[in-house]
Design a protein around this ligand. Structure first.
Ligand code: ASP
Length: 333
């Protein structure tokens, strides 16, 4: 869709880590272009006709799974969805056996969500022909969420006459367990943005600043209270409390947590009056964010969901066509 000299180095999309800034922007530019297709009366283009996309979702999902499916359908790909309870993994089959079984049916792309960090990487290592897309692996990465978040932020900044680089981003809440936080961190560090992680030590461990961690890569800081953390922020990303991943007691109680770190209009008005707010969903209203903020004028919550489709169209299209060109090169060699 976009004329560019940038070629993706990997045939898979496993994370934002390892992407170049050019690759990140390639996804975003293509997503912008594809969003026009969604405004048409007949939302269908033949870009992926004859391609098969399998959605293998072994963890719950509303937004990610349906938007991958809608994106594939708009691009005219054939799609099938397999969820945890329907797959043979629930009968004890290993993930690799399931993946090899699916590959034997010649799909082009396999979108995988899994509770174990690294599951998509394992498949990418073992599958020979299928392109693997990470739709969220454990506490590790959720690359398409970060892409759609960046697309949404960029749209907002364009209206203000600003670019996506050189902004201040606050990521608030359960950073420790959040794959959304990690993918967004990688993206904003690539874009040259300043990131503040906001939360108590239990949810935002100090080692995020270590030289081998994110702190070694760009402008990143930690704030232990909400007021300081969001001060002057252009963008505030609220994270869901990942209760299903919290084995211990990370906060004394949710009420107390929300009093200290729940993103409210009162705090934003005082400390980040021009900020916009994102939340990856599903939101725990009244815990990590108030309904007033989530439903208010600074919220980009619904826009994120909307942009999720165009983002996933871009990802499917770029990876499927990249795969074709790689195959042609191999055949000609
Ligand atoms: N939907 C996002 C994810 O799958 C965020 C969340 O669940 O909190 O990671």
């Amino acid at each position: 869709m976009t004329d560019t000299d940038c070629i993706l180095a990997s045939r898979h999309l496993l994370g934002i880590e390892g992407l170049t800034r050019e690759e990140l922007l390639l996804f975003l530019d293509n997503a912008d272009n594809f969003s026009e297709v969604m405004t048409r009366e007949i939302k269908k283009v033949p870009a992926l006709r004859g391609k098969t996309v399998i959605n293998l979702f072994l963890e719950p999902s509303t937004r990610t799974r349906s938007s991958f499916e809608i994106a594939a359908k708009i691009l005219s790909a054939d799609t099938i969805n397999i969820s945890g309870s329907e797959s043979s993994t629930s009968k004890g089959e290993t993930l690799l056996d399931t993946a090899h079984t699916l590959e034997a049916m010649n799909p082009d792309l396999l979108i995988i969500r899994h509770k174990e960090s690294g599951a998509p990487h394992l498949l990418a290592k073992h599958l020979k022909r299928t392109v693997v897309v990470n739709a969220g692996d454990g506490t590790h990465e959720h690359p398409t969420q970060a892409l759609l978040d960046c697309m949404t932020i960029r749209q907002h900044l364009r209206i203000k006459g600003r670019g996506l680089s050189g902004i201040k981003v606050a990521i608030v809440g359960d950073v420790r367990h959040s794959r959304v936080a990690r993918s967004n961190l990688y993206a904003h560090l690539l874009l040259g943005n300043e990131v503040t992680l906001v939360g108590p030590e239990t949810l935002v461990p100090q080692d995020f600043l270590g030289p081998k961690a994110f702190g070694g890569k760009g402008k990143i800081s930690i704030a232990r209270n909400l007021q300081d953390g969001v001060k002057g922020a252009d963008v505030v990303i609220c994270l869901r409390m990942q209760l299903e991943r919290q084995a211990g007691n990370y906060v004394p109680n949710l009420e107390e947590y929300s009093r200290e770190f729940g993103v409210s209009e009162r705090v934003l008005k005082a400390h980040a009056p021009d900020s916009v707010v994102l939340h990856p969903g599903p939101a725990n209203r009244g815990i990590e964010v108030s309904s007033e903020v989530l439903d208010g004028p600074r919220s980009l919550f619904r826009m994120q969901v909307h942009n999720g489709v165009a983002t996933r169209m871009a990802v499917l299209f770029l990876l499927a066509t990249h795969k074709d060109s790689t195959h042609k090169e191999l055949a000609a060699a």
